[in-house]
Design a protein around this ligand. Structure first.
Ligand code: GLC
Length: 513
């Protein structure tokens, strides 16, 4: 699974230049990126204006901060968290259409709006403690947080004048969750962002624009909108009267670094652009993800629970679940082990991305202890080896070794019953400030490892992160053989820091091979 930067992926080119419209055609066909027609006058015109904002120095400051942070906590929390994936005794898997992730319960079980809204009356998560959640993120080595401020069910976790269907006005809890987390993050130096489902709202979003904007005879994402009990409004009116105003409230009232819009489906370019411009005008440093639609984002995403095949120098973020659902699913105990979590982190970071890993707190405000335990184990690893992760860029080779796992979607992993184990011959690479980092998840039986990719690199010295003394290495015919000192910590794996003669950085332009 070695990926070289000479074969840089076109996967995220959509973010480079919508003016030239490199949006992958399969994505257009699936409607996942909005209904804009590549090459149309509208897309070219708006694309030009987007490009000016996207290329501004302020956005670049946002990107620099984002690239430094590398690892973040995604949180899916809302009314659905009380159900834990079960409605009237039936699990997500027991019938229905659409994804089986627990935050989709309203759609999958076709719960009428008025009935679903009753969940607000019982939403009283007395165990919620923003400081504790932020402390967990921090101890896990995560440097930013993104929480669902409103998911597809239309319920807001912040005080909103636009819609009373929010935590402060419609629940006995009455506390502004987004405010409490924003402040707790600020105290601890954790960057704070919000997810907001702008184009899909089962309560107020009408048909999500299917009638007005779906240009395909057979819409590929017809299972997304609420057809069972839709609000009698036009999609355009929903955008003008709820979605854009709530995004404006979030921008005006909270200190944000990232705006994670979701499920564009067939949103037209004019709406995607209006969101981008609104966010830019409020604070040009806030990064917007690709799911704004029609290519007008700052951050690419390879997809839910997808690891891309190749590296990309664009700004992007891999996203994944800790079990197989974003929202709390009481019976899903298929947790990613610390080693598997580390694998996801390394796969994303070595390919140039950030990694945003989700937790799904339950209806009381508790993050499932099993996920916390695994996250903290990775946090321990990062305490020692974080220098190989934060602020790094991809090296010319991302990985060598036998472990290759296809990760192509949320249900992919659970269906294939992935049992993760890495070999001591697996190495991932990153680089920063003229140094290369070589990272392993598994330790060898003896104390010697042979690394192929380092052959030919003009090494000046090698150090094991967490140890001060240099380690011994020799050059063999096809490998660099490293003698590892005895490990003194319990965590998995390790990371080597390689300094080079004449400060050779490993950049492609300066490679000798
Ligand atoms: C999808 C799902 C949603 C989840 C999101 C996370 O868009 O609809 O439930 O929030 O992906 O990336």
């Amino acid at each position: 699974m070695t990926a070289t930067r000479s074969s840089l992926s076109t996967l995220f080119l959509a973010l480079l230049a919508p003016a030239t419209l490199h949006i992958p055609t399969h994505a257009i066909a699936a409607g996942v990126n909005g209904s804009g027609i590549p090459g149309s006058t509208e897309m070219i015109e708006l694309g030009k204006q987007w490009q000016v904002m996207n290329a501004s120095p302020a956005k670049q400051r946002g990107r620099d901060r984002f690239n430094q942070n590398k690892y973040g906590m995604f949180i899916h929390w809302g009314l659905y968290s009380q159900c834990g994936g079960i409605w009237k005794g039936k699990r997500m898997e027991d019938g229905g259409t659409g994804p089986k992730v627990a935050e989709w319960i309203m759609r999958r079980k076709e719960i009428p709006r008025a009935e679903y809204a009753k969940l607000a009356q019982t939403f009283n998560p007395t165990k919620f403690n923003a400081d504790q959640w932020v402390a967990i993120a921090k101890a896990a080595g995560m440097r930013y947080m993104v929480i669902t401020s409103k998911h597809h069910d239309g319920f807001a976790l912040f005080d909103s004048k636009t819609s009373d269907f929010n935590v402060v006005r419609a629940t006995p809890f009455k506390r502004d969750i987004i405010r409490e987390l924003e402040q707790a993050c600020q105290k601890e130096g954790i960057a704070f962002g919000v997810y907001y489902s702008h184009a899909l709202d089962w309560r107020d979003g009408g048909d999500s624009g299917m009638k007005d904007y779906c240009i395909h005879e057979k819409p590929q994402q017809s299972f997304f909108p609420n057809y069972f009990d839709p609000a009698p409004v036009r999609f355009d009116d929903y955008i003008q009267n709820k979605s854009l105003p709530q995004v404006r409230e979030l921008l005006a009232n909270y200190n944000l670094t990232e705006m994670w819009l979701d499920t564009p489906i067939y949103i037209p370019p004019k709406h995607s652009f209006a969101f981008y411009e609104t966010i830019y005008t409020a604070n040009p440093e806030i990064l917007v993800n690709q799911r704004i639609g029609n290519g007008f984002g700052d951050i690419g995403t390879p997809g839910d629970n997808v690891i891309p095949d190749e590296a990309s120098e664009n700004t992007w973020e891999g996203i994944a679940t800790t079990n197989n659902s974003w929202g709390y699913k009481s019976y899903d105990n298929d947790w990613k082990s610390p080693e598997e979590t580390l694998f996801w982190l390394l796969e994303n970071v070595s390919k140039g991305g950030n990694f945003l890993l989700n937790v799904g707190p339950d209806g009381t405000g508790t993050i499932p202890p099993a996920s916390v335990k695994n996250l903290l184990a990775v946090g321990k690893w990062l305490e020692i080896n974080g220098d190989a992760i934060y602020g790094t860029k991809p090296w010319k080779i991302t990985h060598e070794g036998p472990t290759s796992i296809a990760m192509k979607g949320t249900e992919h992993r659970s269906k294939n019953k992935t049992q993760f184990s890495a070999s001591s011959d697996d190495f991932w690479f990153t680089q920063k400030a003229g140094k290369i980092f070589c990272i392993a998840i598994a330790r060898p039986d003896g104390n010697s490892v042979a690394i192929r990719s380092l052959k030919g690199v003009p090494i000046a010295g090698i150090r094991l992160l967490g140890k001060n003394a240099p380690v011994q290495w020799t050059e063999a015919e096809k490998t660099i053989d490293v003698q590892l000192p005895p490990f003194t910590t319990e965590t998995s794996g390790y990371a080597l820091e390689i300094t080079m003669q004449e400060q050779e950085s490993g950049d492609r332009s300066r490679q000798r091979d």
